[in-house]
Design a protein around this ligand. Sequence first.
Ligand SMILES: [Zn+2]
Length: 308
Amino acid sequence: MKRIFISDLSSRRKFISDTGKTFAAAALFSLPITSFASAVLKFKAIVTVGQIMDAFIKQVPGGEKPATVDTLKAGSRDIVVTGVVTSMFATIDVIKKAIALDANFIIAHEPTFYNHADDTQWLESNNVYQYKMNLLKAHNIAVWRNHDYIHSLVPDGVLVGVIEELGWQEYEDKKVPYLFNFERAPKLDGLINELKDKMGIKMLRYIGDLNQPCKKVLFMEGSAGGKTQISGASAIKPDVLICGEISEWETAEYVRDARAKGDQISLIVLGHIASEEPGSDYMLKWMKSNFPEIKTTHLHTGNSLSFR
Ligand SMILES: [Zn+2]
């Protein structure tokens, strides 16, 4: 999206916006030229929650989705944005940090209220839910889940963030999305160390032989679901399948059986948050290039679970 602000102070009429944004600048036209110039320095475009959502959705192939979990979980489209936070989750901690940053719009990747559809009816008498919702309402904060839309970008915006974090651009398969080809064929042990190191993961789970060379690597971030992970592994036959989150009774059992049958396939389970955190970095960069006038911060939620 291109927005043109003021390119020439001698011409007051050059306030042009191709997005139809509302500018709080009408008063400027009646000012003498000197006050006008100083007012221009303080000039700030008004951007609403809805305008940011629309700008993102507009660039997604197919545009607006009739059925999506990517709805506003709190606040409304017409809230004027004071600052943006991108994050994996709008946790209570993230909300409090957003308030401290004077940011009233949180773009989260995952649900706010502990279920995929963010159905809140069953939570009405739950005091954790009440505390969180009251906090959001008291500070008039909007929370938008950007999950289906960012994954629908071509290429998948979360995967773009992952590739940048890992520096795996040169290994990306040109035809098959999510597939990486490593000519250097690192051993599984080395690959695990590289992932832990670059993605800031303390501990992860795996199935396989640590000495096995890994040439074909299928990376399925997040929680794609057992059927998707297993069908992907079966169709592509990678040396290693890397997942964010699995159901132990689905994908892990499939990999165990595939190995027992004689297939060379390993499994690495990174953890859901670690595998998708780079998506919030992608959103930060997107905000900086599309709405540079708005202060945007990426807040890392980190893993909710500890290891010992
Ligand atoms: Zn995701």
